[in-house]
Design a protein around this ligand. Sequence first.
Ligand SMILES: [Fe+2]
Ligand SMILES: [Fe+2]
Length: 267
Amino acid sequence: MRTIAHLSDLHFGREDERVQAALVAELDRLRPSLVVVSGDLTQRARRRQFEACARFLRALPAPALVVPGNHDIPLFDVLRRFLSPLGRYRRYIADDLAPLFEDGELFVVGLNSARPELWKDGALSPEQVELLRRRFAAAPEGSLRLLVTHHPLKARPGDPEPAITRLGPEALEVAGRHVDLALAGHLHMGYLADVRPTGEGARAVVLVQAGTAMSNRRRHEPNSYNRITVDGDRLEIAIRAFREDAFATRETLPFERRDGAWARSES
Ligand SMILES: [Fe+2]
Ligand SMILES: [Fe+2]
């Protein structure tokens, strides 16, 4: 059995200290196997914001797999934005922009989708899509396979201004052959979707979107994170939202593995 805490959009610099304290207490209680942070660690990619985030990550009761988001690239400091877009991220948070976590039961790959020339939308390169294919092709049989990006690979259904990720459909097609869950953030909205990529051998991928875990950049919904629990052929994804002074389950969605792919179960 494994438990993953999927956090996103921490936005240090715009953190809500009350929510942060509740989140730290929640994670200390949960003791997850892994914490995933799907980007936007800071508000403006400032040194102090990265330092505060690094302190937060170091104090976590579990290993963390982290990818950068668009806010981790400077916006107004144009020189730094183009000459060293992720310099501070790499210095303070992690040098590896394609992190891998594996422990026999979990196989998790992160990819950087943030680009200095794009602000709102993200992108993957053909090399990253190839890396995705190669890494997951070597994943141990029976492990839960997760892909982590900041930008969603597929737009939210009905979104009037969808965030577009270049090569998102190509990555999704590869994911449909190898990946169980695709975790992302950026939209500050927590929801799940079952996406069905096309292509030979493709099957459903569960798209898991996290809200903003603790920033005050809330968009019509409270702060939240996702608690993902896998136990053999059963998977449960709970959206844990901040209410009053603690995190509580807003929605729980159970899945079961049928014919090698995850499908929603009734109980
Ligand atoms: Fe964000
Ligand atoms: Fe973002």
